[in-house]
Ligand binder design. Structure first.
Ligand code: GTP
Ligand code: GTP
Ligand code: MG
Ligand code: MG
Lengths: 281, 293
């Protein structure tokens, strides 16, 4: 914004371009631009500094939506916490489980992984390697087993070993595959039957390079399994993952984590101010 | 759909006789919004819509009794034109070993499509393919490719994760020659176009392998970033083709238009599922109508 000395149509166009290029999505962008423009008009804003604070303010209010945003994980204080990871193919579910398990372990929790992807080549081996890196047990069954049975056995074992947090991996699936979404509903049902209030968190993993289809994903996965939060991955590229703002705006789903790399430490709790800053850098 | 949006936009206009330039502009706004929702790149949308507008004015849409339909037809024709004609085929060497190398971002479908390509080339061109596991970073990546190879009855050359990809590719080429493989398909690790170190590695692999095809694998749900990614990979490696994956979902796939428009690289294949036979030659007309929505 340093190159502009006054607020004009050109500046508004450039701002709209930044928002669209961030994949925020047409409807939310139009809404944002309306609010920014009307605020600028009502307050008769002429300084760049004030303009910037209006922009930040408007994005912030879309994110906060007049409620306390809880980016912390909903952990069970007296008993087993179950976290279910869902999402389409290749977005970073398995890798994010490794990172989050590592973080929780360093926060003093006893963690365990459940290899619920019994379908894809190398999936179980992949999660086992992450369990080794974290230094925690991983429950597996043979490839081709019913994922719900993996979760069932993992929960029994987690109770036996007094585990604090059980992180459950599932196979990637496109939200349009009815039978695969039914399978996910069954997994969710089995978990909720075996542990009261479980899964305590169902995290939808979304790749930052994803465009508008991210909204379809959020709607379908929320319908199948009550998604409680988003993990936004691959922010170490050039994409901004703006679709999560549109999802927050329309469905109210909070973003809990962001990941920015392939190392076990490349994970942070979501911070809206850092995210907004990243939109413009 | 675009035709519904245009009908809506024109409802207030009909009965006036002919349209004004403002009405055309109203319709162009709907075209722009529709293409942005389809994930076509912002700048590509601007240029593309201007061309549609010029055509619309030139084709006397102003006087048409079904202006909405006519604009949809113009958009479809323009999309088809950009998508190109029939898909360009794979380049095979007339003699000796053909080399394909798959590159692209993490999780976009390279390993799966290495398998699909191997099966396709064996069935359609009677090739004797060798898969090469050059991803030594991702946990169990080699396992994944070896398993895929076993499912297809196609051998996978691997040296585990303690050798560098450069070494693996060198040895793989020797192995292919000794074992009479006329096709080598190299699976590489996912990486961002902005990761200098990993892009340098890819350039070294290209130098060693001298591939006949460098196939950029792109997830069809990629949004605005598709232009950054494809342009950067193309500038750095001279990509020869694109494989657009996960088209069995409901994403409109506007990335296809952006990539084609900005880099000119042909889209050669579409990935239509997780199974190894779910690969099809790119259909420009089908892609155009999908983006049109
Ligand atoms: N650069 C980068 N790569 C990531 C990030 N998160 C995950 N990845 C990579 O993305 C690829 C896919 O990750 P996975 O964890 O296998 O994704 P998934 O959702 O479990 O995939 P499926 O189980 O096949 O659906 C791997 O190469 C990961 O290393 C990230 O934040 N940054
Ligand atoms: N539905 C569907 N899934 C696909 C398609 N292509 C690949 N996948 C899935 O997408 C996920 C990622 O595929 P991979 O082949 O591991 O992707 P990759 O590019 O090799 O990933 P990295 O090596 O980590 O960069 C897996 O779950 C695949 O089964 C496709 O065309 N359709
Ligand atoms: Mg996985
Ligand atoms: Mg791979």
């Amino acid at each position: 914004f340093e190159s502009y000395d006054k607020i004009n149509d050109e500046l508004f166009d450039e701002l709209e371009e930044i928002f669209i290029m961030a994949d925020i999505g047409v409807n939310t962008v139009l809404e944002l631009m309306d609010q920014i423009k009307s605020d600028v008009r009502i307050r008769n804003v002429s300084s760049m500094k004030e303009f910037q604070s209006i922009i930040i303010d408007k994005i912030f209010s879309i994110y906060v939506k007049d409620e306390i945003v809880d980016t912390n994980l909903n952990l069970n204080d007296n008993g087993l916490t179950v976290i279910l990871f869902v999402g389409v193919n290749g977005v970073g579910k398995t890798t994010s489980i490794g990172k989050i398990a590592y973080k929780l372990k360093n926060e003093g929790k006893k963690v365990m992984l459940a290899a619920g992807d019994t379908f894809r080549a190398g999936a179980i081996d992949q999660l086992k390697i992450w369990a080794e890196r974290v230094g925690c047990p991983c429950i597996t069954k043979e490839p081709g087993s019913d994922p719900a049975s993996v979760m069932y056995e993992a929960i029994q074992e987690a109770k036996k070993q007094n585990i604090d947090v059980l992180l459950c991996d599932t196979a990637g699936r496109l939200q349009t595959k009815v039978n695969l979404m039914k399978e996910l509903e069954k997994v969710h049902r089995v978990i909720s039957r075996e542990v009261p209030n479980a899964p305590h968190e169902t995290l939808l993993v979304i790749d930052a390079t994803t465009g508008q289809n991210g909204m379809n994903q959020a709607k379908a996965f929320t319908e199948a399994t009550k998604v409680t939060g988003i993990v936004l991955t691959k922010l170490d590229g050039t994409a901004k993952g703006g679709i999560v703002l549109a999802i927050r705006n329309e469905l109210g789903t909070p973003i809990k984590f962001v990941t920015m790399g392939e190392k076990i430490t490349d994970l942070e709790y979501f911070d809206i101010e850092q995210y907004i800053y990243g939109l413009f850098s | 759909s675009l035709s519904d949006r245009l009908q809506q936009a024109l409802r207030k206009v009909t009965g006036r006789g002919s349209l004004t330039e403002t009405d055309i502009e109203t319709m162009m706004r709907e075209v722009r919004l529709s293409l942005l929702e389809a994930d076509v790149n912002y700048k590509v949308v601007k240029d593309f819509t201007n061309e549609v507008k010029a055509k619309a004015l030139g084709e006397r849409v102003l006087k048409s009794i079904t202006p909405g339909q006519q604009v949809v037809k113009i958009v479809f024709e323009e999309l088809k034109q950009v998508m190109g004609d029939e898909a360009e085929g794979l380049r095979f060497k007339a003699q000796g070993t053909t080399i394909f190398m798959l590159v692209g971002l993490n999780g976009h479908g390279k390993t799966t499509h290495a398998g699909k390509l191997a099966l396709y080339c064996r069935r359609k061109y009677n090739k004797n393919p060798l898969l090469v596991a050059a991803d030594v970073y991702r946990p169990a990546a080699i396992d994944q490719l070896v398993t895929i190879g076993k499912q297809l009855g196609i051998p996978t050359f691997e040296m585990g994760t303690s050798y560098k990809p450069e070494e693996i590719v060198k040895k793989a080429l020797d192995y292919a020659k000794e074992n009479k493989h006329d096709l080598v398909i190299i699976d590489t690790a996912g990486r961002f176009h902005v990761n200098e170190e990993l892009m340098e590695e890819l350039k070294r692999l290209k130098e060693i392998a001298q591939p006949d095809e460098i196939l950029l694998t792109v997830d069809a749900m990629t949004g605005q970033d598709a232009v950054n990614v494809s342009q950067s990979f193309h500038d750095q490696l001279n990509v020869t083709g694109v494989i657009l994956t996960k088209l069995d979902g409901d994403t409109r796939g506007g990335a296809a238009l952006s990539i084609r428009r900005v880099t000119g690289v042909p889209i050669k294949f579409m990935g239509l599922g997780e199974k190894l036979d779910q690969l099809e030659i790119f259909h420009p007309e089908r892609m155009a109508s999908r983006i049109l929505g």
